[in-house]
Design a protein around this ligand. Sequence first.
Ligand SMILES: Cc1cc2nc3c(=O)[nH]c(=O)nc-3n(C[C@H](O)[C@H](O)[C@H](O)COP(=O)(O)OP(=O)(O)OC[C@H]3O[C@@H](n4cnc5c(N)ncnc54)[C@H](O)[C@@H]3O)c2cc1C
Length: 532
Amino acid sequence: MSGQNSDICDLFVIGGGINGCGIARDAAGRGLSVTLAEMNDLASATSSASTKLFHGGLRYLEYFEIRLVRHALAERETLLRAMPHISWPMRFVLPYHKDMRFEGDTPTSRILNVVMPWMKGRRPAWLIRFGLFLYDSLGGRKILPATKTLDLRNSVEGAPIDDKFEKAYEYSDCWIEDSRLVVLNARDAEQRGAEILVRTKVVSAARIDDLWEVTVEDRDTGETRTLRARMLVNAGGPWVGDIIQEKVRINSTEGVRLVRGSHIVTRRLYDHDKCYFFQGTDGRIIFAIPYETDFTLIGTTDAEHTAPDKKPECSPEERDYLINFVNQYLKKDISTDDVVWSYSGVRPLYDDGASSATAATRDYTLKVDDAAGAPILNVFGGKITTYRKLAEDAMEKIVPFFPGTSGHWTAGVALPGGDFPVDGFDTLVAQISADYPFLTAFWARRLVRAYGTDARDILQEATDTDALGRDFGATLTEREVLWLMKNEYARTAADVVWRRNKLGLRLSAEEIAALDVFMASARTEQQAKAAE
Ligand SMILES: Cc1cc2nc3c(=O)[nH]c(=O)nc-3n(C[C@H](O)[C@H](O)[C@H](O)COP(=O)(O)OP(=O)(O)OC[C@H]3O[C@@H](n4cnc5c(N)ncnc54)[C@H](O)[C@@H]3O)c2cc1C
């Protein structure tokens, strides 16, 4: 292992999504010297565009992806304990109707078509119950409550749902603030010695004897420089193939399949804190989830996406598909007028030759190539939920090149701000509200959700709102913005209002533009100070 000050690092990680940042954190915690380069903002690609669930993936059971589901289920509670600020348990209500159908071609539907042809592709209630029994039992659940059956008639859960649905199943999964998870992993990696470079693009990498020479470009200035590393990790998500073929130029037959998923956000559609799991007549499923206090998140779609550089956007067809889907369930129809925001991301799925986008495996694949000298690890696929396990498995592939490296350590170690009990969120909000009585209830909860115990590091000795400087609207203050620039790599208003928090839902375009101007001048000042 090289010392942290050597000009050659052990591991150079390409990509600041959840997989790159998770691997960087794990490796730095084992004493490896790590540099990570992200070409845009951290979590600017897929890792801020997920459905934001730590989940086992109930529907993957129908594809017999038992390994993936078991690992993901077991992982939920490990993660929950390490980050009780940005992750929390959620209950999912799955309304049942006898016309619910399977996706056309799952292994389960094929078997059912043979043994119960009279069902004609319908998903029987006993099968859902059995799936939920497996879901409850596979993952060693301790914190999360078990599945139960609900009568939708005369219940709050049934209130917004069409009367034709009388029965539902209710089960557990967890919410995760995806983009904050990425940033907290990056911060933790840095605290353990890693160097995190944002807006730094890897333009090429070449093997020179036993080392990699990695050329990076500063996206703000256009300047390039070359860094050296003993091993490369390609965690480029949708760009993993581009990096293999265009940047590193190695021979590889590995492929990645790009599958776009879009979400729409509406004003809050119902008055309780549970999610809905809706099954469509086309066999697909979507979620409706309470979002950012006043909104409902609805998604997702599955559509082939042609190229990683093509910005994923929710098409009018995807938006209408989601609206029509929820309207099959809701008493009161929604329309395009109800949609206040949408976002879209690209799943980088390992190309296993599966026939449809929905059917492509969600599991991850890690491949080392060291045939021609210095090693590279290519990361294909993966879920937010399995990022920590993926990082551990990546380390299993990395440590043989660094003899003496220590073993797994991340299970049970809190992320920044998550050093409080798994059921301690309300207590922490009450303490922060008592210590800073000028905060509104929304504001105190928002700060604790985002920063956990680090909320105090932002608020410090403040006794009133004036102490926090300029007010950018929706409880965002100058103090918080400068803290995000100093501690969480934020450079632009979009970094702050769409990835460090979601206040973009509440701020006007003018307010966001004003924030951008402020951040640009604050950054110039910071750079001038640093140059002194
Ligand atoms: C619609 C949708 C819903 C999902 N829902 C869930 C869910 O609810 N739960 C769950 O567990 N998972 C979910 N997932 C899956 C999960 O979001 C992804 O598997 C995960 O975010 C992938 O992370 P990543 O780090 O591999 O990729 P990314 O987050 O895309 O990160 C790759 C990074 O590499 C950078 N990069 C690329 N090339 C270069 C270069 N040359 N130089 C420097 N940087 C570079 C990119 O800018 C990017 O930021 C969902 C995915 C989608 C699309």
